[in-house]
Design a binder for this molecule. Structure first.
Ligand code: 5AD
Ligand code: SF4
Length: 432
C-alpha cells in the first residue's frame, strides 16, 4: 500500500509529517507515491495565516473526483487547521468524503484511527489534548543529512495576532534525557546536522535544565555535526545562551530571532513583551560576543493601527539589526485571537505596498551580506544534487545555500567551497 502526505506550514509540521510517514510505514503503507497512486492521502495542515488555509481547502477539494473513482482511498486531515475551533466540522461539511480528522495531539493515534475507519462508515475524528510529550512515533526522516528534533510543543505566549497557542495548546518540554538519547542516536546513524525545534525554544525547561543547559549538553555529544535551533522569543533571550553558542563550534552562529515589528507601540499591542530598544540591545549583545554571527527574523506588516511611521520603524530595524534575511508576512486576522477584534484593521492595498518595500529592504541586506562572501572559502554541508542545474548544493553555517560541481557523490559530506559568485542567498563556487 502507498501513501501521500501534503504538508503546509513550518518546520514543526515538516517533522510531524516525517512522524506520520513513520507511523504509516508501521501499519503496512510501505512506499510514498504520487497522489493518484496513493491508498491514503494525509493533509498536515497549518492555520497560521489565511492563505495556508485556502491552500489546504483547495487541495482537499481537488480530491473529490479521485475519491469517487478509487473506492478504497482514505483521506485524513490533521494539523493545526483540524484543531482550530469549528474548522473540523466545517471541513467535513464542505468535503463529506474526508474519512479521518486528527488533532495536533493525536498524530500517534493515526494508525488506530485508520483501523477504526475500516470498521465505521462515517468520518472518524479525534481532537483531544494529551499531556505526554513522548509520542512514541518513529519518524521516517526525509531530510538527511539534517534531522529535526522536537524539544518543546505548544506555546504560552499569546501574541495577540497568533492562533498557535489555541491550536497547539500550552507549552510542554520534553525530558532532556529523551532529547539527548534521540540526538545521540541520530549522530551515531550518520546525521550531520541537528535542528532543535520548538515554538519558543528559549523557554524550554526540564527541572534544572533550561535551554542554554540543554543546548550545551547536545553540543557536547562527540562527533562532527552542526547544531541549530528555532525559534527563539526575544523576551527569553539570554547572555547564557550567547555564552553557550560561543563555547561550541558545533552550534551555528545563526540566530533566528523574530522581531515582528520595529515599533514599540505595535510590539506592545502584539503582546510581545519587549521594546524596539530591548530587541536592539539583544542584537548588540549577540554581535559583540559573536562578531561573525548573523541574525534572521520574522516581520509582520499591517498589524491593526500600524501607521506609516510605525512601518518605517520596521524598515529601519532591518537596517539597524542588520538582518541577513527575514520572513515577511502581511498580518492575517485569525478568528479567536485578540488582534482580530481590534479597531484599525489595515486595508490590504496598504499592507501590500508596505510588504513590497520591506522585501526590497531585506533583499538589499541579503545581497550586500552575500557579496562579502565572494573570494572566501566556506564550509558547506552537502544536502542534495540538483539534476537540472547539474550542481550539488548545501548550506554554510549561516544558512546560505552553496552550489558547486563535484565528480563524486558528496551528499552528507562537509566540503570546502571557494565562492566565485553570489546571487541573493545563493552562493556559487568551486571545491577546494
Ligand atoms: N498574520 C501574519 N503573520 C503571522 N505570524 C503568526 N501569526 C500571524 C498572523 N496572524 C507569523 C509570525 C511568526 C511566524 C511563524 O508567522 O511572524 O513568527
Ligand atoms: Fe505565536 Fe507568539 Fe507563540 Fe510564536 S511566540 S507561536 S508568534 S503566540
Amino acid at each position: 500500500m502507498k501513501y501521500h502526505i501534503v504538508t503546509y506550514g513550518c518546520q514543526m509540521n515538516v517533522h510531524e509529517s516525517e512522524k506520520i510517514a513513520g507511523l504509516l510505514r508501521g501499519v503496512g503503507y510501505t512506499e510514498e507515491a504520487p497522489v493518484e497512486e496513493a491508498d491514503i492521502v494525509v493533509f498536515n495542515t497549518c492555520c497560521i495565516r489565511e492563505n495556508a488555509e485556502n491552500h489546504a481547502f483547495g487541495n482537499i477539494g481537488a480530491l473529490k473526483k479521485l475519491k469517487r473513482r478509487k473506492k478504497g482511498l482514505l483521506i485524513a486531515v490533521g494539523g493545526c487547521m483540524a484543531q482550530e475551533a469549528g474548522k473540523a466540522a466545517l471541513l467535513v461539511k464542505k468535503f463529506p468524503f474526508i474519512d479521518i480528522v486528527f488533532g495536533t495531539h493525536n498524530v500517534a493515534e493515526l494508525p488506530a484511527l485508520i483501523a477504526r475507519k475500516k470498521q465505521e462508515k462515517k468520518v472518524v475524528s479525534l481532537l483531544e489534548d494529551r499531556a505526554e510529550t513522548e509520542d512514541g512515533a518513529q519518524a521516517f526522516r526525509t531530510s538527511y543529512p539534517n534531522a529535526w528534533v522536537n524539544i518543546t510543543y505548544g506555546c504560552n505566549n499569546f501574541c495577540t495576532y497568533c492562533i498557535v497557542p489555541y491550536v497547539r495548546g500550552r507549552e510542554k518540554s520534553r525530558a532532556a534525557d529523551r532529547i539527548l538519547e534521540e540526538a545521540e542516536a541520530l549522530v551515531a546513524a550518520g546525521y550531520k546536522e541537528i535542528t532543535l525545534l520548538g515554538q519558543n525554544v528559549n523557554s524550554y525547561r526540564d527541572n534544572d535544565t533550561d535551554f542554554p543547559a540543554l543546548l550545551d549538553r547536545v553540543a557536547s555529544i562527540p562527533g562532527k555535526f552542526r547544531l541549530r535551533f528555532m525559534t527563539s522569543h526575544p523576551k527569553d533571550f539570554s547572555e547564557r545562551l550567547v555564552a553557550v553558542m560561543k563555547k561550541h563550534d558545533k552550534i551555528c552562529n545563526l540566530l533566528h530571532l523574530p522581531a515582528q515589528s520595529g515599533s514599540s507601540r505595535i510590539l506592545s499591542l502584539m503582546n510581545r513583551r519587549y521594546t524596539r530598544e530591548q530587541y536592539l540591545a539583544d542584537v548588540a549583545l549577540f554581535k559583540k560576543e559573536i562578531p561573525d554571527g548573523e541574525i534572521t527574523t520574522d516581520l509582520i506588516v499591517g498589524f491593526p493601527t500600524e501607521t506609516e511611521a510605525d512601518f518605517e520603524e520596521t524598515l529601519s530595524l532591518v537596517r539597524e539589526a542588520d538582518f541577513s534575511s527575514a520572513f515577511t508576512f502581511i498580518y492575517s486576522p485569525r478568528t479567536g485571537t485578540k488582534a482580530a477584534t481590534m479597531d484599525g484593521q489595515i486595508p490590504e492595498e496598504v499592507s501590500k505596498e508596505r510588504i513590497a518595500r520591506l522585501i526590497e529592504q531585506v533583499n538589499e541586506n541579503t545581497r550586500r551580506k552575500s557579496e562579502k562572501y565572494v573570494g572566501k572559502t566556506i564550509e558547506i554541508l552537502c544536502e542534495d544534487y540538483d539534476a537540472k542545474k547539474g550542481l550539488y548544493l548545501g548550506r554554510e553555517p549561516l544558512g546560505r545555500m552553496g552550489y558547486f560541481k563535484s565528480d563524486k557523490h558528496c551528499v552528507g559530506e562537509f566540503v570546502n567551497l571557494k565562492v566565485t559568485r553570489a546571487n541573493g542567498v545563493s552562493l556559487y563556487g568551486d571545491l577546494v
